[in-house]
Each structure stands twice: as C-alpha cells, then as structure tokens.
Design a binder for this molecule. Structure first.
Ligand SMILES: Nc1nc2c(c(=O)[nH]1)N[C@H]1C(S)=C(S)[C@@H](COP(=O)(O)OP(=O)(O)OC[C@H]3O[C@@H](n4cnc5c(=O)[nH]c(N)nc54)[C@H](O)[C@@H]3O)O[C@H]1N2
Ligand SMILES: Nc1nc2c(c(=O)[nH]1)N[C@H]1C(S)=C(S)[C@@H](COP(=O)(O)OP(=O)(O)OC[C@H]3O[C@@H](n4cnc5c(=O)[nH]c(N)nc54)[C@H](O)[C@@H]3O)O[C@H]1N2
Ligand SMILES: [Mo]
Length: 765
C-alpha cells in the first residue's frame, strides 16, 4: 500500500551531523566567492558556470532567478552583478544531471518522498513530461499532446470553473504570467492564488490603502542618497546580497543605517563587497550604526515608542514633523495623533524588548534625519498583524514627509525575481474591476469578478472538495504553504494535480488521484521558437521592467517554455470556444507584449522600450506624491498593539531561511553566517530559555503548537543556543511548516503568520 499524502508531505526526520561554530559578523568577501565557485563546479560544467557568472544581470544578459533586487542603472561590474546566492540559484537550475523516465521507473513516488529535500533537488533537472495514473506507484512518460489533452479533459469535466485552482510562483515571466491569467479568466474562474499571498501581500494591502500603490516608492538611486535607511525584518546577506552594495554606497555618502531584527544577522553588521579586492583584504564596511534586537512581533510596539517620542519633541520644539507635507498631502493626521496619545511610552518599549539606551540611539537618528527609507521583508509581513506593521512604518514616513522625494520612501524588498511583475500583469485572485473591464474590451469575454481563492482559501477549498483540479505554474505548493498535513490531505482530495516545473520537488509527490509533471525551460536557457530565440521580461522590486534572454542550450529537447505550455493547455482546454488566438503567441512573444500594453497601464511601446538595455520604469504615484487612495491623499492609519500572549512555557517561533536554500529548494546543509553546519533540523533558542527548561546545546527536542484547540507536532530538532531575544526561537522553513496553523494569518490579506507561531519544546529522552 502506498503511504498517505501526509506521510509524503513531511520532511524526513533523520539528522545529518550538526556542527556549530561562532556566528559570523561579516558577510560576503572571500568565503562567499569560494562558496559559489564550489557550488557551481559541483553541479555544472565549468564553461557553463563561467558563461553564466559573466552574463547574469548584465545589460542584454538574463535576469538572475535568485531575487528581485534591481540592477544598477549605470555602471555594472565586469564580474557581473555577482552574488553567491544568485550563483547557487543558477547552479541549481543549470545542473548537468537530468531526471529522465528511467529515474521514475527506478523510484516509486513513495520512495522519492523518503528523500530529503536536499536530495530531491540534487536528483537533477526534469527533462520530459510525466504522468501518474490513478493507483499507480510510479510516474511514466507521456507526450506533450496527451498531457495537454488530459489536463483539458479534467478541467472540462468540472461542474464549474471555480472547482479549479491555478497557483503561480514568482519566477514566471510577464509574458507567461499574462497568458496564464488570461487563460484562467477565459476558462471562467478567478482562482489565482499566488506565492505573494504568503509573501508581500501585507505590503501590497497596507501600501495601497495608505499611499495608493501596492509597490515600493524608491529607486536604487534613492538608497544611495538617503540620510537614513531602516532595514526591518530582513536578512539581506542571505536573501538579497546585492542590496548590501547599495547599503554600503549609502554609508559612503554619509548615510546611516538602523537594523531592526531579533537576530544579529551577519550582513547587517558588516559587509565586504566581493567585487572590491582591496576591501576583501581590509575587512569590509560596518553596516548598521544601530542594531535593534526587537522581540519577534515587537515592531508595532517599537514604532509606537518612536512615534510617541517624536510627538513629544514636536510638541516641544515644533520642527520635527513635516507639517507642510502633512497639510498638503495627507489625510487623518488629527485622528492618528489622538489615538497615539492613548499609548504609554514605557509599555511600548517594554513590549518591544528594547533597552532605553538602544532606543535612544535609534531615536536620535530618526529625529535628526528627514530623508528616510524603510526597507522590509518577511520579518514584518508574516504575522497576524502584518498589515499593521507596515502601516505603522508608513505613519512614520508621513510624519517626516519622507516619501515622494529624493532619498526617501518605502522599500518592500520583494522575494521571487518576478513576483512583482506577475501581479502587475494580472496574477491576482482579486483583480481590480478596471483591469477585468480591459480584458473584456480586448478579448470579448467577461472575466469572473468574484474574489477568487488565495492560497489559504485554495487549501480549504481542496480540503472541502470544492476544488478538484490543482495546476501549479512553478513553485512547490505543498512545502511552501502552512499546515503541511492539512494541505496534503487537501491536495490528495483532488482529481488531478499538475505542475509546470524546472526541478523535481515534494509537490510532485503529494498528488491528487492523477498527476502530471510538465517540465519547462529555466531563465538561463535559450527559448527557441518559430521566429527565433525569444526575449522575455520581468519587473524588479523597484518597478523597472527589463528583458531577460537565456544563454545556455536547453538541458533537454523535450522541454517547453512556460509560454508554450500555457498556450498548449489553453488551446487543448478551450478549443472552439476560445476568443483568443492561442497558437500565435508561442511563436512570437512580441505579440504577447502587444496585448499586455493594451490591457495593463504603463506598458506603452513595450516592445520598443524593452530593447533599451536598462529597461524602463513603470509609473509610480507615491514616488511623485500623487497618492491614488480613496481620499486622494496619503492616509495615516490607526494600528493597535498586538494582543497575543504567550502561555506558560510557550515560545514565539519564526520560520526563516538558511543561507543555503531558496525557499523550498535546499542548496546545501549549512547556514554559514549563523555558524550552523550540516544540519537543518535545529531550533535557535535564547540560552536563558534553555536553562529554565534544562535543555543543553544539541539536545533533541520535539516541537508542539496548539492553536484553537488543535495540536500540531514536529519531531526531532536539535537545540542551538543563540543570540536571540528571550521567549523567541527560530527554525527553518519548510521543516516546521507542519506547525503553522492554517487559520493563523494576517488580517486583510491572509498571509500565513509563519513568523509568529506559538510553540512549546519538550526534550526527547
Ligand atoms: N538565497 C535566497 N534568496 C532569497 C530567498 C531564499 O530563500 N534564498 N527567498 C526569496 C523570497 S521569496 C523572499 S520573500 C525573500 C525573503 O527574504 P527575508 O525576508 O530576508 O527572509 P527570511 O529568512 O524569511 O528572513 C526574515 C528576517 O526577518 C527577521 N524577523 C523574523 N521575525 C521578525 C519580527 O517579528 N520582526 C523583525 N523586525 N524581524 C523579524 C528574521 O530574523 C530574518 O532576519 O528572499 C528572496 N531571496
Ligand atoms: N514557514 C514559512 N513558509 C513560507 C515562507 C516562510 O518564510 N516561512 N515563505 C513564503 C514565501 S515568502 C514564498 S515566496 C513561498 C515560496 O513558495 P513557492 O514559490 O511555491 O516555492 P519555491 O520553493 O520558490 O518553488 C521552487 C520550485 O519552483 C520551480 N521552479 C524554479 N524555477 C522555475 C521556473 O523558472 N519556472 C517554473 N515553472 N518553475 C520553476 C522548481 O520546480 C522548484 O522546485 O513560500 C512561503 N512559505
Ligand atoms: Mo517570497
């Protein structure tokens, strides 16, 4: 008998062999170059590795699939916009090894599910379409035509288009994403859950409401010119390494930096630019002027403490707030101030976990500077009050008039390399009516204007058997989502699960009754179509759209591009009833861009402007103080302090990324900067919390979360004593996603609260 979807969804519990060293205080430098070269040469051939490292993020090259950090507008180093983790992402994609039909004949789905995520990733690149028949133990090959027909048949057999779910992960290019959502809407549903639901959705919600655009307002140049950058809830040395170059440049221009984070992350403390040989020898730049070790989810409390003191100073001396900006451009100031006055400074400071001395250092920098940029990522967005976190940051920027001028503004640092572009071109379960109207005007069908499933709703829908077909455009749904075991049962309920993927992952193993793997080209590979090698486009974290063109030969001749796959599925599903000429697009992607420019604002002359090596900026109201909110102004907001309390023995846990992973893809078993080697099943704990629980370093513990009466368990983690605030702890995602309750999510936007899970730890005898 084959094992249950739940068994296949869990990460194996065996340990490797944990080594602990002192955490690093300096990031990048020689060790990063060494790490990336060794990674590349282990899994790729040397010529390809060199070719890639020279072309990545170069004008006319291809966009690194690693992260969404922008490329400099002007000079780019000859070494490429080089970064260790970008190189690891590429080495992962451009592996020599292929997974062919033989692999699937050799290993059953059950057997593969016993591999660790690291082993699954290192099995190679998917190289041909595969099908898992009902009741079968092994995947077997299928032709593309048969695969499209099978998927089309399943979709057409549904009673209602809303019984299908179409997930997207943020690596999909604008062209593929636009066609994908077009197909889904013509098919008849708005069920377009997206990785951004688990990522920066809270930023989008908070920013749209307060400043009228769900994206950041700054450019790279602003970062260089800021007087103060606050980096909150973000670990750039690992997740956006090229951001450190911008922070360094800001410092060189006299700027200051405050880092707010429960962990003293290496890159925030000191950074050595790998492209600067002198710096490599002399030891790098100190990054954070002030490090604020806030308690997990203590950010609103900390910000309120700052706002209260600013108000006190404003009332004393009168020149702290930018009253001209407030009068001209904002709404809700008086109500906001009245609300703020209810809070007590000492209570807020205590709740934030920060000492008065550290508070004062951060406060002085905020008080005395008026060009402030705030950068943030998952440390703020994955909490129940995530939207409040971000709105409170906006309150600060509005008081200081620090938005819509040089060197100032909002900077949500995006995750996946095109997650922002995907949303721009229509991957949205709740798209604005104006966008749907444009689709209708252009194509002549009426898109559903229901609020479709977000990730959380999609899981519930499948669990309750209201949704029966799951299609994943990239990503690794089962490992990325919260509440792994519940989600596994949900996927197991489906009639068909189908994934368009570059690499094998656990979502191919936790299947519906039938399953399809549709292997596609990666970003680094040449996309040959009838009119020649195709160029595609992506949008980075700062709203710049630029081209990307693969440079390596495809690893298999049985791969299709994402665009071709979408067109194939759409044609096979919609047949005569379609109003879209699906087959023309895959021959020439310029035709897709022609359509995008008609439907999406800001893309005029798309094909022409894409030819500019540096790409082009999309319009951004907040950047020029045109706040397109309901009030027509930038809105102050009222945010409460978080109300949760830890029960006796409970800790609050954040699930974070190690230095050797890209989301659910595990590049290696180390987390070098944090001094962790050869193990992922660990829990970082405050040493005093260890003492009160009589736990020793490396002791094995089981973790338990209890939420609304439901108990969730994750067994076998080794304790690591760490510099983390009391009552806080950290583990790696996805190993502890089994503990994240499905119903613990951010208000307004339903982002799973995977940075504030209340758990208890119990020693294993
Ligand atoms: N190499 C690499 N690059 C990546 C990724 C990857 O996995 N690997 N993932 C990509 C994606 S999709 C994303 S979204 C980004 C993620 O980039 P990050 O958001 O940097 O990733 P996380 O590891 O989730 O780190 C969250 C940080 O927030 C801190 N934190 C946690 N809780 C709190 C809190 O309550 N308050 C504060 N102030 N801080 C807190 C943690 O200590 C940690 O430093 O990176 C992108 N780039
Ligand atoms: N507990 C916890 N859970 C989290 C998070 C957390 O911090 N803590 N972070 C959340 C965040 S921020 C995010 S963004 C999600 C990530 O969720 P996902 O985006 O679903 O996950 P990834 O691990 O990035 O997906 C990796 C898979 O994408 C496929 N892939 C890679 N490149 C391509 C490509 O070019 N095309 C196609 N078609 N497929 C490709 C490969 O098959 C690979 O196995 O996870 C979320 N889950
Ligand atoms: Mo993300």
């Amino acid at each position: 008998m084959s094992s249950s979807p739940q068994d296949k969804a869990k990460t194996p519990e065996a340990f490797s062999s944990l080594k602990i060293k002192k955490p690093a205080t300096n990031s990048v430098g020689f060790s990063a170059i060494k790490a990336s070269i060794s990674q590349a040469s282990k899994y790729m051939n040397t010529a390809d590795a060199l070719k890639l490292s020279l072309k990545v993020n170069q004008k006319g090259g291809f966009d690194c699939p690693g992260c969404a950090w922008p490329d400099p507008d002007d000079e780019r180093s000859v070494l490429g916009e080089y970064c260790e983790n970008g190189m690891k992402a590429l080495a992962e994609e451009a592996q020599n090894k292929l997974i062919t039909a033989d692999f699937f004949a050799k290993y059953s789905v059950d057997e593969i599910s016993k591999f660790t995520d690291f082993e699954i990733g290192k099995s190679g690149r998917l190289s041909e379409p595969m099908f898992l028949a009902e009741g079968a133990t092994h995947y077997s090959p299928i032709s593309w035509e048969a695969a499209f027909a099978k998927l089309g048949q399943h979709l057409n057999d549904l009673d209602n288009p809303d019984e299908a779910v179409f997930y997207t992960s943020g690596r999909t290019t604008n062209e593929a994403a636009f066609l994908y959502q077009l197909f889904v809407r013509e098919f008849g549903t708005a069920n377009l859950p997206d990785c951004s639901n688990m990522c920066h959705e809270a930023s989008g919600s908070a920013l749209s409401e307060t400043v009228g655009i769900g994206k950041g307002s700054v450019t790279l140049d602003d970062l260089y010119k800021a007087e103060l950058i606050m980096v909150i809830g973000q670990n750039p040395a690992t997740n956006h390494p090229r951001m450190l170059t911008a922070l360094e440049k800001c410092k060189k221009n006299g700027g200051k930096i405050i880092a707010i984070n429960p962990l003293p992350e290496a890159g925030l403390i000191k950074f050595t630019d790998p492209q600067n040989p002198i710096k490599l020898l002399t030891g790098g730049t100190k990054i954070a002027d002030v490090f604020v070790p806030v308690t997990i989810n203590g950010d609103v409390s900390f910000m309120k403490a700052i706002l209260l003191k600013l108000l006190e100073k404003e009332e004393e001396q009168g020149n702290v707030f930018d009253q001209d900006f407030i009068n001209e451009h904002t709404h809700g100031y008086d109500t906001f101030i009245t609300d703020l006055k209810q809070y007590n400074f000492e209570d807020c400071l205590t709740a934030s976990g920060i000492t008065l001395a550290t508070f004062n250092q951060a406060f002085d920098l905020i008080l005395n500077n008026n060009k402030i940029i705030i950068c943030w990522a998952m440390g703020l967005t994955q909490h129940e009050n995530a939207v409040d976190n971000i709105r409170e940051l906006v309150n600060l920027l509005l008081l200081k008039g620090s938005i819509g001028k040089e060197g100032a503004g909002t900077c949500p640092v995006r995750g996946h390399s095109n997650v922002q572009g995907d949303r721009t071109v229509g991957i949205w379960e709740n798209a604005p009516q104006a966008f749907l109207d444009k689709i209708e005007a252009k194509y002549g069908f009426k898109p559903s204007n229901k609020h479709g499933y977000s990730v959380i709703d999609a899981i519930k829908g499948m669990y309750e058997k209201k949704a029966k077909v799951f299609v994943g455009m990239g990503g690794n749904f089962i490992s990325a989502v919260p509440d792994t075991l519940y989600a596994a049962e949900a996927l197991g309920n489906c009639n068909l699960t189908a994934h368009v993927s570059t690499k094998l992952n656990r979502s191919h193993l936790v299947t519906g009754k039938e399953a399809l793997i549709l292997p596609c080209l990666g970003r680094s590979e040449k996309d040959y179509q009838k009119t020649g090698v195709q160029v595609q486009s992506v949008e980075n974290s700062m709203g710049i759209v630029s081209s990307t063109k693969g440079i390596l030969e495809p690893c298999s001749d049985k791969l299709k591009s994402e665009v071709a796959v979408v067109c194939g599925i759409a044609y096979a599903t919609l047949k005569e009833r379609t109003k879209v000429e699906w087959l023309k697009y895959s021959a020439n992607y310029e035709l897709v861009r022609d359509d995008i420019q008609e439907v999406v604002d800001g893309f005029q002359d798309y094909n022409k402007r894409l030819k500019k090596p540096e790409g082009f900026y999309l319009p951004n109201g907040a950047r020029i103080r045109k706040f397109k909110t309901k009030t027509g102004k930038a809105n102050f907001s009222i945010n409460k302090l978080p109300s949760w309390k830890l029960k006796k023995d409970e800790l609050i846990m954040m699930t974070i990324r190690s230095h050797d992973q890209f989301n659910t893809t595990i590049y290696g078993m180390n987390d070098r900067y944090r001094g962790i080697f050869n193990e992922r099943r660990i829990i970082f704990m405050n040493r005093e919390d260890m003492r009160t629980r009589s736990l020793n370093e490396k002791q094995v513990v089981n973790l338990k979360s209890e939420f609304n009466g439901v108990v969730r368990l994750a067994d076998n983690f080794k304790v690591v004593g760490y510099d983390i605030p009391k009552n806080c702890c950290a583990t790696y995602f996805p190993e502890t996603n089994v503990l994240v309750p499905l119903d613990s999510f951010a208000h307004t936007c339903k982002t799973p609260a995977s940075k504030s899970i209340r758990i208890t730890v119990a020693a294993v005898d």
